[in-house]
Design a protein around this ligand. Sequence first.
Ligand code: PXG
Length: 465
Amino acid sequence: MTYQNFSLKQMQEMDAAHHLHPFTDHKDLRAAGARIIARAEGAYVYDTEGEAILDAMAGLWCVNVGYGRRELAEVAYQQMLELPYYNSFFRCTTPSPVLLARKIAEIAPPGMRQVFYGSSGSEANDTALRLVRHYWALEGRPEKNRVISRQHAYHGSTIAAASLGGMAAMHGQLHGAVPNIAHVMPPYAFELKRADESEHDFGLRAARAVEDAILEAGPDTVAAFIGEPVMGAGGVKIPPDSYWPEVQRICRKHDVLLMLDEVITGYGRTGAWFAAERLGIEPDTMTTAKALTSGYQPLSALLVGERIAATLVDKGGEFFHGYTYSGHPVACAVALRNIEIIEREGLVERVAADTGPYLADALAERIAGHPIVGEVRAFGLMAAIEIVADKATRRRFAGEGAAGVAVRDAAIEAGLMLRAVGDTMILSPPLIWTHQEIDIACERIRAALDAAHGRLGGAAAAAAS
Ligand code: PXG
């Protein structure tokens, strides 16, 4: 039985009756009915009514090679016929996780040559937290177990990943976060930079918030700092150039490990295989997922640097940690082919030399001047548009997030799938986008901004009268 046997209304009713969606106000959703995406091809997704929407989010920051790749389906099919599942516990493994680990080691930053698999970014960050604490315990320093993170960070949804993250609303519902995790200010110049401060100085100030937290806790108790190279779900917050070198200097000075979360930035999005390369960061652990398979299979890979790997192997004994699907053969086979596609089509180089700069210029020239846009920024193929009521003062519209939702809804009506983080609009398109898709996206963003401006302006005027 397929969805074609049902009307959209019937599908929405079944959805409302039985399906609890992630990050959703269920009462709200049930009143409105879910949008049901039924198929996709290339850069477009299609709903059950056949409406085409240009997907500026690559699903959820993941479908880097675009939709409809037959060879990924065929690799999965062949692997399922040959060996749908076997585990990597008890001195066993299967061929595809081995071949994939070697491939990841080949494209990873120098010194990151070991891989631990999970099925999601959240699992990978859970693993990373356990691993860094285990590392310090093996080194005879179990008291070195605190982690410094940042407000607005997103590291996933399990209890450990949400605790590492800095989303206040999520912490409000944790009812007991994992202890010994502190959160400092993010490098978010648009809202936090002082008027008399340069970008450079702001970057240093944000980095020194990390050092203040280390000193306050006592360096002997701090295991690691965790961060996304460019914050994604927190609103594509691109740090000033001064930020990461200073964070890295501070971590080294206090012998604090550096945990990099490249779940969004990994596998080409920033115009390098990993943002670590582009930003000159030398991490001790690196979390990857999403575009590892371009979303065609759930898979994550935690990359582990030499320092931790050597201790784990030489002094570790058994590490009591792993998942049924660690190194799933089908997911790993798909990931291997996905990386080959990215290589074969030169998608990383294309983002670096062509589409990344083109997107940045297009946003600056065609979007930044709009009356309700406070700033545009881009880093490879991830970008943000800040929505404001007053361009000069950067005052936001009343009702936090309402303007973002208005622009998003207008964009979808105009045929563009955008994401809103509060009043920040996000783009994270597939790496297969060409100038043509960027041009179409800009037209639709302008149309959405105009429509939202009318609606928001009208609402503001009505409220004032
Ligand atoms: N780290 C980062 C940086 C992420 O962006 C995770 C970890 C967790 O990965 P999993 O696979 O467990 O979801 C993420 C996930 C959004 C959105 O609305 C972003 C993510 C997930 C769901 C929604 O932007 N990022």
